[in-house]
Design a binder for this molecule. Sequence first.
Ligand code: HEM
Length: 495
Amino acid sequence: MTTPPTTKLNLDNIQGDILSGIPKKTELYYFFQILDTKKFRVQLGKLAPIIKTAAQVLHDRKCIEDHKKRGGHGLIQIVGVNVSFSHLGFQKLGINDSTLFGGNTNDPFSVGQLNDAVRNLGDPTKETPNGVVPDWEKEFLQPIHGLILIAGESHATTDKKLKEVEAIFGVGSKTPSVKKVKLIRGDVRPGKEHAHEHFGFLDGVSNPSVIGFDPILPGPAQVRPGILLTGQDGDPIQNREPWAVDGSFQVFRYLFQEVPEFHKYLRDNPLKFEDLTPEEGSELLGARMVGRWRSGAPIDVTPFKDDPKLAKDPQRNNDFKFKDQLNSQQRCPFAAHVRKTMPRDDLESLGISVESRRIARRGIQFGPEVTPSEKQEDKTQKERGLLFVCYQSSISNGFQFMQQSWANNANFPFGEQQPEVPGLDPLIGRGTPRKMSGLDPNDATRELTFPDFIIPRGGEYFFTPSIKALKETLSEKPPRSAEAGNEAEVEAEAE
Ligand code: HEM
């Protein structure tokens, strides 16, 4: 349901993926290096007008809603482009971006994810002649200056838009201004698995609801706009330079999922509870690892039986806080993915706000469905996983804190006071030993160990600037020396 925003935010100035997410069935991730700064800045002036804004995304969503109401056939053609830059990208552009990290050179954005992955995120590493680096795909070990996202309803529409974008930067000509470092396509899963991530769980159920922008629904308190947007109420950094207002930090993580292995693990370790069949015991184990059933229903509300109707009901599917469960793992383990990444009353009942930890997740799946041969062998043979993207006004408050201090921290949230140590987030937690308590509802102290089901293979931190910044600060008018005819043409298009 789309509600007309009552916000004072300038939705024409904010890139579309941040507040609402560009509607998509498929998405291209185009990671690039800038080769020719001068040329790139002129050409960026031509990209800026085709960037999808938050206002346009709301309009697109309304069109989709109307199309569905009319019983229209197929999908309406919708495509959206957004662009972001890394710290290295701003350096290459010759832009002083210290306003983005308040001059703190330890800030993750300024350090870059390649370094942060080794220092703070716990990614697997490898030795190279240049030192220890994350064990990532080789493209992500190179400098990446920016990321262009192209999201839409079909491969044809997004491919066509990619060609348009590449043409702007002269890709394919003798003197392109950018070099493609990596192109990845994500696709939502087919049929009944639509909107479910590859392990099978409905994704995108809980995202921060922004005051004045999103409808108010039962669930976690709404957040101030500045939790996601720089320069707005709630942004931890005051007095941003004007060009840094209305942007957001974008975290990208290239996360591979070992799906057949995950399902084998569930099959091999069914929970014995009341009269559950082994199959139901395996379902329960998965639900207790995630904190929601595959349908999306939260186990804090419906702990031992799935409730698909509740899962679909926005009035109820986020209406839980682990309220009567403080210091208890009976309904939901402390380390379950949704409890680790959004502990709700575990912290708030102690007077600790979780507002600044909220992130807006906008990822998409990549890779094919599990093949019959993979199913038979219980072994991953094809690459698949999640192109994880999230937005926030501070990476150190949001993604980095969540990964390092919560998911990777076996003692969070109640380690010190509890007989049982919560353990790692079984999906994304990094570290050893890989175990958690609370999975067995009959014995919360029983610990289960698990292998790595999710393997990080790349990533970077970006900043998604405002439209004004793209048009006025980051792009440049064509040089005066340009041939008169050409100049007029380029300027006219750059308006
Ligand atoms: C392949 C990797 C991942 C998978 C399969 C996955 C899966 C899920 C699922 C199934 C949910 C529950 C549905 C929902 O609320 O949307 C969820 C929620 C969530 N995940 Fe992940 N996730 C992954 C990576 C991450 C990462 C890297 C982070 C951040 C460090 C993260 C943070 C969150 C947050 C904040 C929530 C919502 C918690 C809440 O408010 O209840 N996830 N994830």
